[in-house]
Design a protein around this ligand. Structure first.
Ligand code: GUN
Length: 289
């Protein structure tokens, strides 16, 4: 039976640590760290995510502001708005929720965010810093995955070094797959990036000591894709026909084969917001020197 890696408990611990750090930051600098969340349009899922981010910020003492902009917002206006947030010294973190409405070039908006305030870690400067092993801001979901992995390794008394381990990441998005591959590589794992064009994906997955599923397809990863004892991180959040949340892994069956598994919900999801709060405090601390 696989060990469940509880993201809710770990996220609560990390948020409590951020709250203490924020209190210290306030005492030293006479202001709270500031996070601006920008939502363009009325995508219902994005509306929920951004409200949760604003609420989570407030709970740890970060001054969180949510800007709801109409889907008629132009690209040029949004670039100017981001520039105004860049120039405001009371703002430490800027997050523009994705996806953006059609007609707005997402790259132009990401490029407009000052890398030092890019708490999503999506700016090409931060992506580049990660790939060359230098200090920048690292995307939240991959950081959350690494924190879950480390918490598990610590709990079972294994070292954090991943030398000799084979990690397979399914999904090559800029938000999750690619940065997570870099983080695993930096910890000495042998990393395979798998994706929709990979030949015989089940066979590749069966060689994984650590398997990360970040594809967005409900229960795609079957129990017979797993090496017995593998650590499985399930990044997927899918809704099934009957309205239930379901990961990318067939978790019920996987429980009998995997060594450890992150649940959905309650695994990677809660970690993403906790890491956003950490990134905001980190960005604020670096900015004040
Ligand atoms: N859309 C889905 N995930 C994310 C995220 O982590 N950050 C932003 N900005 N948009 C998203």
């Amino acid at each position: 039976m696989a060990r469940i890696i509880d993201g809710k408990v770990l996220a609560a611990q990390r948020r409590a640590r951020v709250a203490a750090g924020v209190a210290e930051f306030c005492a030293r600098n006479g202001r709270a760290p500031g996070l601006e969340v920008v939502l363009v349009g009325d995508d219902p899922a994005s509306a929920v995510y951004t409200r949760n981010k604003e609420k989570a910020a407030a709970e740890v003492g970060i001054r969180g502001v949510l800007h709801r902009l109409p889907d008629t917002t132009s690209e040029a206006w949004l670039v100017d708005f981001v520039a105004s947030l860049n120039a405001n010294p009371a703002i430490d973190g800027i997050l523009v929720q994705l996806p953006l409405p059609r007609g707005i070039d997402v790259n132009r908006i990401i490029d407009a965010i000052l890398p030092s305030k890019d708490v999503d870690g999506f700016h090409p400067m931060n992506a580049g810093m990660l790939s060359v092993g230098r200090e920048g801001l690292v995307p939240c979901t991959p950081r959350g995955c690494m924190a879950l992995l480390d918490a598990h390794l610590e709990a079972v008394g294994e070292g954090l070094d991943l030398g000799g381990k084979h990690a397979v990441v399914i999904g090559r998005s800029n938000i999750v797959g690619k940065p997570l591959g870099q983080l695993l590589l930096a910890r000495n794992a042998t990393v395979t990036m798998a994706h929709s064009r990979t030949r015989d994906l089940p066979a590749v997955c069966r060689t994984a000591d650590i398997l990360v599923a970040a594809v967005g397809r409900a229960a795609m990863v079957r129990a017979d894709w797993l090496k017995p004892g593998a650590i499985v991180l399930d990044v997927g959040i899918n809704r099934t026909a009957d309205g239930k949340l379901c990961g990318d892994v067939d978790s019920e069956a996987a429980m009998a084969v995997a060594g450890a598994l992150t649940p959905v919900p309650g695994g990677v999801g809660p970690m993403t917001i906790a890491m956003l709060l950490e990134n905001t405090l980190l960005a604020a601390s670096r900015r004040v020197g």
